[in-house]
Ligand binder design. Structure first.
Ligand SMILES: Nc1ncnc2c1ncn2[C@@H]1O[C@H](COP(=O)(O)OP(=O)(O)O)[C@@H](O)[C@H]1O
Ligand SMILES: [Mg+2]
Length: 233
């Protein structure tokens, strides 16, 4: 298998129609490799979340193509896309998207159930993922009782539950103090280094850029011309 995890080719995205039509992304091309941490930086409204959502198959592009592990997803049906997402992609949402009525263990069991993993295997896997993020002692706690850093770690544990090769994180340190932010980054770095995952982090947090293998800047929906969009190694 190629070490290229995701390719984005000439992707544009427009929202709205008629006179209200606006482009959030214009002709974006980018490669993301397994084992690397790529940071996508840019001001608010520049298209970061839109691009991340397109990479994760959550949003369809208006034009252009995306491949995940060599397979084109731009023209897939919803059903096929859902399969790719479940098998290959872990998405960490900016607002966590945790289930408030389920405890930490329950939040992971739901994600595992979607992948057909149930019973004792699911419980063991959920506990392993909570242990990975230092939350084993919080298995029976509900999200409302968790600190911001703990919610973020739970969201990461959930994104990892299907053992995805690609991890996409939207501003994972924005709501955290420096200590918790660095802890989250160390965790994401280990996932890229030790498990060869492709990790894409959307951020405008300058405190964490030292963790990036590559920083790509986006402004008004276009990648900055100085950004090394395609590795030539
Ligand atoms: N669902 C949507 N409908 C209409 N416009 C949207 C939608 N999502 C994003 N946009 C617009 O696209 C642009 C980029 O948004 P976004 O990707 O969220 O930026 P960022 O994450 O960099 O702050 C903004 O102008 C935003 O208003
Ligand atoms: Mg955003």
């Amino acid at each position: 298998m190629s070490d290229v995890a995701i390719t984005i080719r000439n992707v544009s995205k427009a929202f709205g129609s008629g006179a209200g039509r606006q482009y959030a992304l214009r002709d974006v091309s980018l490669d993301i490799r397994h084992g690397e941490i790529l940071m996508l930086m840019g001001p608010s409204g520049s298209g970061k979340t839109t691009l991340l959502s397109i990479m994760g198959g959550i949003l369809a592009p208006t034009a252009g193509d995306i491949t995940v592990d060599g397979v084109s997803i731009a023209a897939m049906s919803r059903r096929q896309l859902a399969q790719v997402r479940l098998a290959s992609i872990g998405f960490i949402f900016q607002e966590y998207n945790l289930f408030p009525t389920l405890d930490c263990m329950g939040n992971l069991l739901v994600a595992l159930d979607l992948r057909g993993i149930r019973g004792a295997t699911a419980k063991k896997t959920a506990m392993d993922r909570l242990t990975d993020v230092g939350m084993a002692d919080k298995a029976r706690e509900y999200p409302a009782k968790l600190s911001g850093g703990q919610k973020q770690r739970l969201a990461i544990a959930r994104a990892l539950s299907g053992n995805p090769r690609v991890l996409l994180a939207d501003e994972p340190t924005a709501a955290l103090d420096s200590e918790n932010g660095l802890r989250i980054m160390a965790l994401l770095q280990a996932l890229a280094r030790e498990h060869g995952r492709a990790v894409v982090i959307v951020t405008h947090d300058n405190r964490i850029t030292g963790f990036a293998d590559r920083v790509v800047r986006i402004e008004d929906g276009r990648l900055h011309p100085d950004s090394p969009a395609e590795e030539t190694a």
